[in-house]
Design a protein around this ligand. Structure first.
Ligand code: SDX
Length: 434
């Protein structure tokens, strides 16, 4: 970042001395006001619950222009990356800052493939859960448990430990997500088969069974790989900020990523794809397209607490570019499976059309986000609704690791420790105390 040819001056109406704060510019996007000395100079904090106007760090990984609906991974537009190379090439880009050449790509694919198995003990860890446990509860436990198996690589300040932990997490998440699914349906776990692609391997671990060969459908394989690319990183979203804050204490990468999994589970964040599909199912049960108007009235009624899941975004005030790509992927998968007339997909497109013509949504700049169509395409592939967020966590692991590594590599980083505006009781004494 560089000093802007601008300064911020903070003055107070109560006569307190004004202060000047430097303004910094990045390469693109909003400038920042450096308030690090504010408390020291004024004895006051800034107040920004939800961090709507707060830059928590400097980063060179992902850029979002919410007004334009633009998403860049290391400068490359998501629309190009979705059709260039595969998910592991995108992982390489996010981790290393440049697209791999042919040899680098081959070597990276081989490296990840060498780490797709998990310790055999992990299966016994799974057995502690009920069969109907939510996969995100299982995943939060399994990812955190990985740190129990890799005592050789838990020093987050050791670049080699960070490198091998990154590979292990990217390689093992598909295996763990598939294991949490198989455990829930009572089928035997499928070991990874490294002759397959990353997404092909996941499809086989999910839907293959030991008693017969599994043939990967190339259209589904490509669609899933694109879904992984679309979910790989997204600037300082809630789960990424969680991973950064957790990692800032110096804990190991597995524990920090487990915290990210836990945060992503929430319906306001990564859990929205599951909630969106349930919402579409509910509208279908109400009577389908003819009932969309009635449902929209519920959404617009503040007292109902009903939100249009898969719509709206803290940063995008235009169409989420990932939603467009997800809709295209939906079309491809449904056509491949002869489900062009899938009622939920038709309903989703009608809901989108009605919302984008309704001033309630238009005036609030609420557009479809990445979660609006991802549930429909995942359901068509055969992924159960309660596993959608597990797939999101699988794909986002590389983003969490890249952001964590960037923070650890930033000489300015400190343990994150926000302050507060205290509104509780001043000092009291318990009865009888002096
Ligand atoms: C993800 O941050 C990321 O980058 C996240 C993510 C990623 O890749 O990491 O993109 C992934 O989490 C996508 C978002 C998935 N969540 C949902 O689809 C859940 C539904 N969306 C909302 O909960 C909401 O839009 C948020 C949480 C996504 C954003 O909320 P904000 O930025 O805090 O906005 P807000 O709640 O202040 O909304 C502004 C207005 C409010 O109305 P008013 O008070 O101004 O009258 O818009 C309304 C809100 O009530 N509103 C909605 C709405 N989203 C916002 N009204 C109905 N339905 C919605 N979905």
């Amino acid at each position: 970042m560089k000093l802007a040819d601008n300064k911020a001056t903070l003055s107070f109406s109560n006569g307190s001395p004004s202060i000047e704060m430097p303004v910094y510019s990045g390469s693109i996007g909003p400038d920042v006001i450096d308030i690090r000395k504010l408390y020291g100079q004024t004895g006051m904090f800034t107040y920004d619950p939800g961090f709507l106007s707060t830059a928590s760090c400097q980063s060179a990984i992902t850029f979002i222009d919410g007004d334009k609906g633009e998403l860049l991974y290391r400068g490359y537009p998501i629309e190009q990356l979705a059709n260039h190379g595969d998910y592991l090439d995108t992982c390489y880009l996010l981790l290393k800052g440049e697209l791999p050449d042919a040899k680098q790509s081959t070597d990276f694919h081989k490296l990840v493939n060498n780490h797709t198995m998990v310790n055999e003990q992990m299966q016994f860890f799974l057995r502690c859960f009920r069969r109907d446990a939510h996969p995100m509860a299982v995943m939060t436990g399994l990812v955190g448990a990985l740190s129990a198996f890799y005592h050789d690589s838990t020093d987050i300040n050791n670049p080699e430990h960070r490198e091998i932990s990154a590979i292990r997490l990217i390689a093992k998440l598909p295996t763990l997500v598939a294991m949490s699914y198989k455990y829930g349906v009572g089928q035997p776990f499928m070991y990874p088969q490294n002759s397959l692609s990353y997404s092909g391997n996941f499809l086989r671990m999910m839907f293959g069974v030991p008693c017969e060969d599994y043939v990967v459908n190339p259209v589904l394989e490509r669609a899933l790989d694109r879904i992984f690319i679309l979910h790989a990183d997204h600037e300082q979203n809630a789960s990424t900020s969680t991973v950064r804050l957790c990692g800032s204490s110096g804990t190991n990468p597995f524990a920090a990523v487990a915290a990210g999994v836990a945060c992503l589970w929430g319906p306001a964040h990564g859990g929205a794809n599951e909630a969106c599909l349930k919402m579409l199912d509910d509208i279908q049960k109400m009577g389908g397209i003819s009932k969309v108007g009635e449902f929209m009235e519920q959404v617009k009624d503040k007292n109902s607490g009903v939100k249009l899941m898969g719509f709206g975004h803290r940063v995008y005030k235009n169409y989420d570019p990932r939603a467009k790509l997800m809709q295209e992927t939906c079309n491809e998968v449904l056509a491949e499976l002869g489900l062009e007339n899938d009622p939920l997909f038709k309903l989703a497109k009608q809901v989108e059309k009605i919302a984008l013509e309704d001033d309630y949504f238009v005036s609030r700049k609420l557009y479809p986000n990445v979660d609006f169509y991802s549930g429909i395409v995942q359901r068509a592939i055969g992924i159960p609704v309660n596993l959608f967020t597990g797939v999101f966590a699988l794909a986002r692991t590389v983003g969490w690791i890249a952001q964590l590594n960037e923070m650890i590599g930033d000489p300015e980083y400190k343990i994150g420790r926000p302050r507060q505006l205290f509104t509780g009781s001043p000092r009291l004494n318990v009865p009888g105390a002096k």
